[in-house]
Ligand binder design. Structure first.
Ligand code: HEM
Length: 468
């Protein structure tokens, strides 16, 4: 016989019609931090949408592990599918294993020295383009580097600058409008307001541009394969550069030997990787820079490390084992401001979390931000303390749930950690950052990722002119 179930607490303060939507939009982080006081599971109302927020780390883990029951769904993923189609991050569980098997090899450890080289090259170009005393918006600059790096990982080579700028602009519009769009009722989303029109146009343009690139790449890959087949007998013939798209293009269905992914599915994966891999890492680097600038003792330890290890040059794969404090700072920054901060699921069957019954069709959310601020896991959670991650400590290497968990755990976690540490070290080794007094403008509405809206700073060179 089913045991009786405990009652899921309702968050207090719901307004008629809006529920908790106003509080969620106005002060989302404070709102989330307040929820665990009401219970391990708390129901909130975002307009008419009821959402059960999981406030307990163990229940969060259970939910993530049972990804066929707690499947990708809810307003967040419904909207993500509009832009990213059925790519790896948004596809349902029954489609997920096949996609993950195809994509996982692109994130095999053996590929990282190559990715780190591309990261170093792009950082060298972009950071080397700054001049002493220049005012920069660190949000824009780090996003540009991360976008460049992800595009290189997907397409193998840089795009021509005009195309790159257009893609970056459209992605920005798309991601910036995303959360607002996902919380707006369908009939209001259909109204031709300037924001809705911009969002729709950006979505369409991104997919069109990506489709063009994918087709071009497929033709190129086929031509290269033919050329390689002709050259096969020649000793020393060089294998073509591999990257995510070339891996996916060459993947075959084991039964039919047909291409494993259609052109449309390739576009979905490219859009997914670009969205998942750009603002996340860039935001994390920005928060690291912000926190370091606000804590001079941390900044001094960081620059002592980068000076000793790098001596002003761009960081490389070989430097990573020595950049331990840089990694601690980056890790603490993603604990305090986890880029993926509020993620939804939809239950595919009646289920339970501990004593709580959860009917099929419930929207459930977990929040890496909320979990990362539980004092039971991280004493004095508002304190920025990179020494929480000192080597030798028994805790996990990264904050719990910041990269998700179970089968849907972030496929790019290692990529992000490598890129974040390399970018942070290269930047601080070479430039002193003076944040402007009005440097930080938090985005007015919560966005898909928890990024600072703008972060203005003056950069001063820390290395003598002419250094590499
Ligand atoms: C600091 C940087 C990053 C953070 C904090 C982060 C966080 C996350 C989280 C929390 C999820 C799980 C989402 C959910 O449970 O609904 C996820 C999934 C994912 N991430 Fe990341 N991510 C980061 C960087 C990246 C990068 C650099 C890439 C790609 C190059 C990437 C690609 C993906 C993909 C494709 C998924 C879906 C995985 C699947 O469902 O199998 N992420 N990420």
């Amino acid at each position: 016989m089913e045991s009786a179930s405990a009652v899921i607490a309702q968050a207090p303060g719901a307004l008629p019609v809006l529920g908790h939507l106003a509080a969620f939009l106005r002060t989302p982080l404070a709102f989330l931090r307040g929820l665990p006081a009401h219970g391990p599971l708390v129901e909130i109302r975002l307009g008419r949408q009821r959402v059960v927020v999981v406030c307990d780390p163990e229940f969060t883990r259970t939910m993530l592990v049972h990804d066929r029951i707690f499947d990708k769904g809810g307003p967040l993923y419904e909207r993500l599918r509009e832009a990213g189609g059925q790519g790896l991050a948004s596809c349902p569980a029954h489609e997920h294993r096949r996609q993950r098997r195809l994509i996982q090899p692109a994130f095999h450890h053996a590929r990282f020295p190559g990715y780190a080289r591309v990261m170093g090259e792009r950082m060298q170009v972009l950071l080397g383009g700054w001049h002493d005393g220049q005012t920069v918006d660190l949000t824009t600059e780090t996003r540009r580097i991360a976008a460049d790096v992800v595009i290189s990982a997907i397409f193998g080579t840089g795009l021509d600058p005009a195309l790159h700028t257009r893609l970056a602009t459209d992605f920005h519009t798309l991601l910036a409008g995303f959360t607002r769009h996902s919380l707006t009722p369908k009939r209001l989303r259909a109204l031709p307001t300037p924001a809705n029109v911009r969002y729709e146009q950006a979505t369409r343009r991104v997919r069109r541009t990506m489709a063009g690139l994918t087709a071009r790449y497929r033709a190129q890959a086929e031509a290269e394969a033919e050329a390689q087949a002709r050259a096969e007998a020649r000793p020393g013939a060089k294998a073509g550069e591999t990257n995510l798209l070339s891996l996916l293009i060459s993947a075959r269905d084991p039964e039919s030997d047909a291409p494993a992914l259609t052109d449309d599915e390739l576009v979905d994966q490219a859009v997914t990787m670009y969205s998942a891999g750009t603002e996340t890492t860039a935001g994390a680097v920005c928060w690291s820079l912000f926190l370091a600038a606000r804590h001079p003792e941390v900044r001094d330890r960081l620059t002592a490390e980068t000076d000793a290890v790098l001596g002003g040059r761009t960081a490389s794969w070989q430097d990573l084992p020595q950049l331990t404090y840089t990694r601690q700072v980056f890790t603490e920054a993603i604990r305090m401001y986890p880029p993926g901060w509020f993620l939804t699921r939809g239950t595919e069957a009646d289920t339970r979390l501990g004593p709580y019954a959860i009917p099929r069709g419930t929207t459930v959310a977990y929040s890496p931000y909320l979990i990362s601020h539980l004092p039971t896991l991280y004493p004095d959670p508002e304190r920025f303390d990179p020494d929480r991650w000192a080597p030798g400590d028994k805790r996990p290497e990264v904050p719990v749930t910041v990269f998700g968990g179970g089968a849907r755990k972030c496929v790019g976690d290692e990529f992000a950690l490598v890129e974040g540490v390399l970018m942070l070290a290269s930047l601080l080794g070479r430039w002193h950052i003076e944040l402007h007094a009005d440097s930080l403008s938090l985005p007015r509405l919560p966005q898909l990722t928890l990024n600072p809206g703008r972060m203005r700073a003056t950069v001063r060179s820390r290395v003598p002119a002419g250094s590499p």
